[in-house]
Design a protein around this ligand. Structure first.
Ligand code: HSE
Length: 428
């Protein structure tokens, strides 16, 4: 029989257990598809005694994931521990140094250290695969790297954090505020150990950094992403956006502009009737635009045991078939430094201001915007009971730099009570 592909799996949380279950359940199917058996040789996790709902008795245990990564009797090291440094980084480096291929779901590790790890892998003739790191069960890495390899990619966009999309769509449908939904997500176990990774936009930005690299041939540049979370979005924003025919989404956008690579992860208004506007709950969506294909839309579960394990197995099967594709779709040494561009392309913006309710306040706002070169498209002041009056403004198209200048001007007046909320209206 053809030689088995032998795995060492580090991390037996939700995803690791899901991978073990699929390998046990579909042993014959996986062998038939790849032409060789796929076997788990050894595993590593904290708490070996814990009941994980799947039999682990056939596998050897290592307490140290680095020792697991170095074992002579594995071909592929499957890293499912998470974390951008610590054991995840040390064990992936050890695996590559000892001639193993790596499969990982670790977006933070690759967004921060992906360039160095990819160079290490490719110098050793090995592969790092990470389908599960971006948008869970959606095969977006494979689509970009392989299916769309004949395109010049012009834009990649996506909703890639299910927790944020769950919160934003429940605000819309259930009339619940952000804080109540944050608590609900905590109770449901949706939040990362550090919730700011989710609601602060960081988890989704890690994913965008990886897609950008593949799409544009640049080194992953997480630090070049403009990131804003969803914490400041109010029910009022949700209502006002809906009233104008929009939904608010935590949207990642990466595109080449004449001034460099623009990468941003921020709450935006998108048309309610667009595929992104209609995306409900914890589902993810990635939209890819290329010169030949025009536009494709990928939609599916972005997290969870089955979907994420499905993506890990896709990578494992490719390695079993001998498919060694460079980590970011082209040789790592050829990836360019991304010249990060502050959001340059003009767009309309939605502004919400809390104005002190006194004579001349609106006139001062209009003057500051006018002086900065920001033109008002629509403006509304609505009912209020406190000493501040909520004012909503939709601008004509303007650049983010011009808008920031105007926002600084507004903050410097004596009539704006809180930091204004400013959301880009994105044409998708
Ligand atoms: N916490 C992420 C989400 C899943 O809510 O989409 C893992 O990246």
């Amino acid at each position: 029989m053809t030689q088995a592909l032998r795995l060492g799996i580090a991390g037996l949380g939700t995803v690791g257990v899901g991978v073990v279950k699929i390998i046990r359940r579909h042993a014959d199917l996986l062998r038939d598809r790849t032409g060789r058996p796929i076997e788990i040789v050894a595993v590593s996790a904290r708490s070996p005694e814990k009941d994980r709902g799947v039999s682990l008795k056939d596998y050897q245990w290592e307490t140290d994931p680095v020792a697991l990564a170095k074992r002579d009797d594995i071909d592929v090291f499957v890293e499912l521990m998470g974390g951008e440094n610590g054991p995840a980084k040390a064990s992936v480096e050890a695996a590559l140094a000892s001639g193993k291929d790596v499969v990982t779901a670790n977006k933070a590790l690759l967004a921060i250290h992906g360039q160095a790890l990819a160079e290490q892998a490719e110098a050793a003739g090995r592969a790092i695969r990470f389908e599960a790191a971006v948008a869970g069960g959606i095969p977006v890495i494979k689509s970009l790297t392989e299916g769309l390899a004949g395109n010049e990619i012009t834009r990649v966009m996506g909703v890639m954090n299910g927790t944020c999309n769950y919160i934003l769509t429940r605000m819309q449908s259930q009339e619940l505020g952000y804080n109540a939904l944050f608590e609900e997500c905590a109770e449901l176990g949706y939040l990362e150990a550090d919730p700011n990774l989710d609601v602060g936009g960081i988890d989704a930005a890690h994913k965008l950094a990886l897609l950008s690299s593949i799409a544009f041939g640049t080194k992953p540049n997480f630090d070049g992403i403009e990131i804003e979370g969803i914490q400041q979005i109010s029910l009022e924003d949700i209502h006002q956006a809906a009233d104008m025919g929009y939904r608010i989404k935590l949207l990642g956008v990466a595109q080449r502009t004449p001034r460099g690579l623009e990468q941003r992860m921020q709450p935006c208004l998108v048309p309610s009737d667009s595929p992104l506007g209609q995306l409900e709950g914890g589902t993810n969506m990635v939209v890819i635009e290329g010169d030949a294909v025009e536009q494709i839309v990928l939609r599916g579960p972005g997290a969870g045991e089955g979907p994420t394990a499905s993506a890990v197995l896709g990578d494992i099967c490719d390695l079993a078939r001998g498919l060694l594709i460079p980590t970011f779709g082209r040789p790592a040494v050829s990836l360019k430094d991304a010249a990060p561009a502050r959001t340059g392309l003009p767009a309309p913006y939605y502004l919400r201001l809390a104005l002190l309710d006194k004579p001349g306040a609106l006139a001062k706002v209009a003057a500051v915007l006018g002086d900065a070169g920001v033109s008002i498209d629509r403006m509304r002041q609505y009912a209020h009971s406190e000493s501040t009056a909520p004012v909503l403004i939709v601008t004509h198209k303007t650049t983010r730099t011009t808008l920031d200048h105007a926002l600084n001007g507004l903050n410097a007046t004596d009539v704006v009570a809180d930091d204004p909320v400013a959301l880009r209206i994105e044409q998708v």
